[in-house]
Design a protein around this ligand. Structure first.
Ligand SMILES: *[C@@H]1O[C@H](CO)[C@@H](O)[C@H](O)[C@H]1NC(C)=O
Ligand SMILES: *[C@@H]1O[C@H](CO)[C@@H](O)[C@H](O)[C@H]1NC(C)=O
Ligand SMILES: *[C@@H]1O[C@H](CO)[C@@H](O)[C@H](O)[C@H]1NC(C)=O
Ligand SMILES: *[C@@H]1O[C@H](CO)[C@@H](O)[C@H](O)[C@H]1NC(C)=O
Ligand SMILES: *[C@@H]1O[C@H](CO)[C@@H](O)[C@H](O)[C@H]1NC(C)=O
Ligand SMILES: *[C@@H]1O[C@H](CO)[C@@H](O)[C@H](O)[C@H]1NC(C)=O
Ligand SMILES: *[C@@H]1O[C@H](CO)[C@@H](O)[C@H](O)[C@H]1NC(C)=O
Length: 411
């Protein structure tokens, strides 16, 4: 009945593309763990974390966790960008068992090569500020934004909810590979990975040298604690189930869970956790994030007759009442970021008005001639300006439909 209970895919599928490119085109080797396709797309090979079992870190199905590392060079050789992969969550046994048999819950089913584009690109003209850094993609296979720590076992079924351990195992694997001597670092991620970036930002900083410049970025991870169109707390219930099933609560920020919120699990929502993050943070999100629109604001359980179906597929087809609901959602998001916008001295923002979800991983939306812009800045420029303190970067777009630079990417 409830759509949110199902396994969800919240990011674009570069995997299938990677595989296609990998098998159909002539390939050039650049190092043991990377190749270029004939279109010069960078494909980076998977590294399994061999010492993960010693730390109790497993994917849902018990397989080894993994990441993809492309080495930095030149002036960026000692800088590190870590990016959490996204891909929804699973909040009950049934959906987690299903996920465990897919690329969202097991490295066994994942493509072994990933396309590195957008913020992960190694080409200066496509990724001007981070192209020569060490760039790492952390594969997502736990279903709780790398934050759970529990096991389900009943004699016939076994599920590992070990996202928190996966995070720690990957960091411990990377520290001796140079992360431990980083000069600059950025923890990033998109969707469920963007949420992981909020949840792990303070912890990340603690692993790095105290004189390193450490910052965090969330792309499409600012999931709102918002009621749906029938005033039901659909998302809040989903998160409650998720936090309880996967043993997430003990890994949430202690100062947040000890604060005066009604329920400690609310600290899974960035709007409540944000003020406890002491590392400089950048929030990149669309005010009409299509994942949130389709699953938080108008989940199918709240619209059983499908009155919103046309509007969901095309904002131009929304009626005035629906548009008004979307504008309220945007206002609520901006209010939830209000204190951060006003008072965070080292924080940055880029809240545009495009119907999209994840804008840093694909070249089109990150940095290209016709990328989305706010105040004439692309996302890559805004993030770079903030990271390197070139200017204060807190961009909030005018409301839909004023922005003509959008790439509306509706699933
Ligand atoms: C970098 O990207 C530019 C623009 O797409 C392209 O012309 C150039 O060939 C690329 N350079 C490398 C080394 O791939
Ligand atoms: C274990 O849980 C699964 C999923 O809920 C269920 O299908 C199975 O029957 C359970 N096994 C036992 C022994 O209870
Ligand atoms: C941090 O300190 C170490 C040891 O003193 C030094 O080698 C390194 O260059 C410093 N890093 C930065 C970013 O200043
Ligand atoms: C990061 O968080 C984990 C889990 O709370 C904790 O065990 C670990 O000590 C933390 N790391 C650092 C360097 O503080
Ligand atoms: C509200 O949402 C919860 C969880 O999704 C669901 O169990 C409940 O039936 C919904 N209530 C109404 C009135 O739709
Ligand atoms: C909680 O706040 C105290 C005081 O500001 C700080 O020292 C501590 O590191 C914080 N704990 C966490 C888990 O962030
Ligand atoms: C917008 O920025 C581009 C460079 O990225 C520049 O060429 C152009 O003149 C700017 N447009 C305006 C209206 O400032």
């Amino acid at each position: 009945m409830l759509k949110l209970k199902r396994e969800r895919m919240a990011t674009t599928t570069t995997n299938a593309n990677a595989l296609l490119v990998a098998i159909t085109l002539a390939l050039l080797t650049c190092s043991p763990r990377c190749i270029y396709s004939a279109e010069r797309r960078l494909l980076v090979g998977m590294t399994l974390v061999r010492n993960a079992p010693a730390l109790g870190a497993f994917c849902l199905d018990g397989s080894l966790p993994a990441y993809h590392l492309h080495r930095g060079f030149g002036a960026g050789a000692r800088n590190w960008l870590l990016q959490f992969e996204g891909g929804g969550w699973c909040n009950d046994i049934e959906s987690c068992l299903e996920r465990a048999k897919s690329r969202r819950g097991s490295t066994r089913y994942m493509t072994k090569w990933e396309v590195f584009s957008g913020i992960l690109s190694n080409n200066a003209s496509l990724n001007p500020d981070f192209y020569n850094w060490n760039r790492v993609k952390l594969r997502y296979c736990d279903g709780a934004s790398f934050a759970g720590d529990a096991v389900f076992k009943n004699g016939t079924s076994l599920l590992y909810f070990r996202g928190q351990k996966i995070w720690e195992a990957i960091i411990l694997d990377l520290l001796p590979k140079g992360l431990g001597q980083a000069r600059k670092a950025l923890l990033s991620g998109c969707s469920a990975g963007g949420l992981a970036s909020f949840l792990h930002c303070n912890n990340f900083t603690k692993y790095l040298p105290s004189n390193a410049s450490v910052k965090c970025l969330s792309d499409a991870g600012f999931f709102l604690d918002e009621r749906d169109i029938t005033s039901n707390h659909t998302m809040r219930y989903f998160v409650k189930d998720l936090v309880s099933l996967q043993g997430v609560e003990k890994n949430l920020d202690e100062n947040c869970t000890a604060s005066s919120l009604d329920f400690p699990e609310l600290c899974f929502f960035p709007q409540y956790a944000l003020k406890f993050i002491t590392t400089p943070f950048f929030i990149l999100n669309s005010a009409y994030d299509v994942y949130q629109f389709h699953h938080i604001l108008v989940p199918s359980s709240a619209d059983p007759h499908g009155h919103w179906n046309r509007c969901k597929l095309n904002p131009a087809a929304c009626n005035p009442e629906q548009l008004n609901t979307l504008q309220e959602f945007r206002r609520d998001m901006i209010v939830a970021m209000g204190l951060f916008y006003k008072y965070s001295r080292r924080g940055g923002l880029f809240i545009n008005s495009c119907f999209a979800h994840c804008q840093s991983e694909s070249q089109d939306t990150w940095f290209s001639a016709d990328s989305p812009r706010v105040h004439n800045k692309t996302i890559a420029e805004a993030v770079g300006d903030w990271y390197f303190s070139r200017r204060i970067t807190k961009e909030i777009d005018c409301p839909y439909p004023c922005d003509t630079t959008c790439h509306n990417l509706i699933p």
